[in-house]
Design a protein around this ligand. Sequence first.
Ligand code: ADP
Length: 399
Amino acid sequence: MSFLKILVINAGSSSLKYQLFNTDTGEVLAKGLCERIGIDGKVKHSVPGHETYVEETPMRNHGDATRIVIRLLTEGETAVLSSLSEIDAVGHRVLHGGSEFTKSVIVDERVIAAIKKCIPLGPLHNPANLTGILACEEVMKGIPQVAVFDTAFHQTMPEKAFLYALPYEYYEKYGIRRYGFHGTSHRYVSQKAAEYLGKPAKDLKIIVCHLGNGSSISAVDGGKCIDTSMGLTPLEGVPMGTRSGSIDPAILQYVMDNEGIDIAEMTSILNKKSGVLGISGVSSDFRDLDEAKAQGNRRAAIALDCFMYAVKKYIGAYAAAMGGIDALVFTAGIGENNSAVRAGIVSGLEFLGIAIDPEKNKTREIDISAPGARVRTLVIQTNEELAIAIDTESLVKNR
Ligand code: ADP
């Protein structure tokens, strides 16, 4: 076996994203998206160097979608494999692994039961992720499957970082604690940062800012996550595209009483109508906010300020938590692409040894640190799908 072909699946409630990797080179052989599963059904399939293939075809469930993916991968003009048996393993993104999973695992009955047990913690995602796993088990019988959890990397947090100051019985009875998310990304980019710096991860204190539509910050000390900004759910932490991030919990009752809304509507507002969209009234997308700010929109400017200020405070907090910082890493849509936001976040952090070179910040360079800055500031592209493929390969090879 020279190299493995790993199919990575990210199943949502009515969608299924997939990428087929050659794990030797990290090359993507094909990728695509099935949408509107259970409604009607549409698939977009792309092979590097070829035009994207689009087909509208009924998909009653994730099993149908998986069969269509296999057909596109193995038959006709879209094919990149001669048969299904060329797929060595399937890696699945699973949102919530609770405290059960500290790393990726090969799926068996016990794992399926544990993912089910975590459904109350990830009610929107875990059922869909599980459906994806079950569909692949059915359609790709005998091909090993691996579950990679968004929460796993954060499970090294100490109790003082993950416990909420609530009656302890809620933790015991319901598992209410900080779990953290984007763990696959935080792990991948912190490892890449150590590689780039040419130092063992165990000797580094790294703060990773994963800034995308959803944003989270984590403190990685000696290769282990010791704290992260998202909590029981991805709602906690910095303000995001549409999520509020951390707020005074007493606000909920106050708004509900005044607006005459119930907790379900309140929670939906916190998840979908808050964050920079809520403050600006313009958009959840930072490109739109930049544009509105440039045109003099005051609320767009404040929304950006609130976001940058919140991220900056986490950097200060996590430098304190680790007793220092060697590298600050920006990743994901905003972290990788928005130089103005990066500059806004780090401004005033010179006292921590953080300073960026304004010119390098505008380029696509990895190291954007100012000459002589004690802390290295890096921009590293995240690749959660590749990380899932690498985990899957290593578990399958070491079986
Ligand atoms: P998600 O959390 O949905 O994966 P992303 O990581 O793609 O989201 O982040 C989305 C955010 O990243 C948006 O606010 C957008 O403004 C920003 N972004 C993404 N790509 C670019 C780009 N090429 N240039 C500038 N901003 C970008």
